[in-house]
Design a protein around this ligand. Structure first.
Ligand SMILES: *Cc1c(COP(=O)(O)O)cnc(C)c1O
Length: 462
């Protein structure tokens, strides 16, 4: 088999669309290092490698790394040696992945045991190791990210100590919580936080300007954002692994995935297309309801500006990975939310269910699930829970259902305290942060300052 190549979601646009389509295919390595196609489309694999049910069933009772090896090999075996793939997955996944059985049919997959207690650790850790291995020979890469909190810390922690890569994280001084600030400031080693006297938008603009600056070309700047296909691939793994743990051979399954930018849910979509028997992908959103409204009406309109909800990591008015979902169902939507071609709506409804969950329902769900099942959810997982309940109220399903809990309740002590009057136990990864020290570099929201910093750092290391 030749290696899988990657194309842009904008490739089929006509040049009259206002976008000059990128029509080349690139290797995994290029897709990983470029992050996004030159036409601002998202990279997609030209071919989705099949999984056989017996391969999946053999994962029952096996460690998570075995599933990671199976999926990573399916995509990368022509790009990386077996030994390197093994090394990547063993290094990436050194923490538990608990599955809790809540009722006969309903399971909770807790993706909150990584270093930043968020499911984003799964993708960021594997992408960091792939970038280190696939970086240009003899060169260092410099990852530059702007964050409003959680993504930056997952990326920073994922790259800490990874060979050949430096990381600079920009965050808005007055827009991160004290806990987030501490986490970002104290990562250490090859990871430096910069506290910007400005807003998140300022941080993003500074990063954009740096990427566009020809005078920084020699620094090999790269982004590690959520649209990189290197972050989608690892998100296929937990669907396959958890299916193998809970389903009977050949049984269908329902996944409920609390969704914001749709990268997580996309992992499930790919798992199904590889052959996993997924009856339905449930994608509840918070009050940013552009997608459930689209599935109901067939008309897409982004929510702008996005609404601030309790499940803050899902406050997204136009999900970046919607472009990939549209493409998989025969449509095209661009980065700005303009639909160039609508996808096959009937086909989408057959496989995907989506519903918007209000903040009130989110809170009620946290209270009710704790009371009824003694299960502690945080706001994102509660959206996933409520979405599944609504799906089950409209469909007769006998299959097992897995809800993804995407963050640890200890990351939301105030909300949980208000609702339940308890203090969630802090996992060791978050506790450890209390004992760390480190300082950010303080900087005004000025591109000249950032550029000077990046140049000096680049020169020091050369
Ligand atoms: C990022 C995030 C989400 C949303 O995931 P997407 O891939 O953007 O849909 C959900 N929950 C938590 C805790 C997150 O950090």
């Amino acid at each position: 088999m030749p290696a899988i190549l990657y194309y842009s979601t904008n490739a089929r646009l006509s040049p009259d669309s206002g976008i000059t389509p990128f029509r080349d295919c690139v290797s995994f390595r290029e897709a990983l290092l470029m992050g996004q196609a030159p036409d601002e489309g998202l990279f997609m694999p030209c071919h989705i490698p099949p999984l056989t049910l017996s391969e999946v069933e053999r994962l029952k009772g096996k460690p998570y790394q075995d599933a990671a090896f199976l999926i990573a090999s399916a995509f990368l075996k022509e790009d990386l040696s077996e030994d390197l793939i093994r090394q990547v997955v063993d290094d990436s996944y050194n923490y538990p992945v608990p599955i809790e059985r809540v009722t006969d049919k309903i399971y909770l997959l807790r993706l909150d045991q990584g270093p930043t207690a968020s499911f984003k650790d799964f993708a960021a850790r594997m992408m960091a190791r792939l970038m280190s291995i696939l970086r240009p020979a003899g060169k260092r890469l410099h990852v530059l990210v702007a964050t409003s909190g959680d993504t930056g810390s997952a990326v920073g922690e994922a790259f800490r100590g990874v060979d050949g890569i430096d990381v600079t994280i920009l965050y808005p001084r007055n827009e991160v919580s004290p806990r987030q600030k501490r986490q970002l400031d104290t990562i250490g080693e090859n990871v430096q936080a910069i506290s910007i006297d400005g807003k998140f938008d300022d941080c993003q603009n500074l990063v954009k300007e740096a990427f566009a600056d020809p005078e920084l070309k020699d620094l090999n700047l790269t982004s590690a954002n959520s649209i990189n296909f290197g972050r989608i691939l690892p998100q296929i793994i937990y669907y396959v692994w958890s299916y193998a743990q809970v389903a009977e051979p050949g049984q269908e399954i329902v996944f409920s995935v609390p969704s914001g930018n749709f990268g997580n849910a996309l992992g499930c979509e790919y798992a199904r297309r590889m052959g996993l028997p997924v009856r339905r992908l449930v994608m509840p959103t918070n009050e940013n309801d552009e997608f459930p409204r689209f599935l109901a009406t067939g008309e897409y309109r982004k929510v702008s500006p996005s609404r601030a909800c309790l499940s803050s990591a899902m406050n997204v008015g136009h999900p970046s990975n919607l472009a990939r979902f549209f493409e998989l169902y025969g449509g095209t939507v661009d980065r700005t939310g303009i639909v160039h071609k609508y996808p096959d709506l009937e086909e989408m409804r057959k496989h995907i269910f989506s519903v918007s969950i209000s903040d009130k329902e989110t809170k009620d769900t946290i209270v009710r699930v704790f009371k009824d099942y003694n299960v502690l959810l945080e706001p994102h997982g509660a959206v996933g829970w409520r979405g599944l309940e609504i799906f089950l109220s409209q469909n007769t399903i006998d299959d097992p259902c897995i809800i993804l809990e995407t963050a640890h309740p200890a990351k939301f002590p105030d909300e949980i305290g208000d609702l339940l009057g308890i203090e969630p136990e802090v996992p060791p990864s978050l506790k450890e942060i209390e004992n760390r020290s480190g300082r950010p570099i303080e900087m005004p929201a000025s591109y000249e300052s950032l550029k000077r910093y990046l140049r000096e750092k680049g020169v020091r290391e050369a």
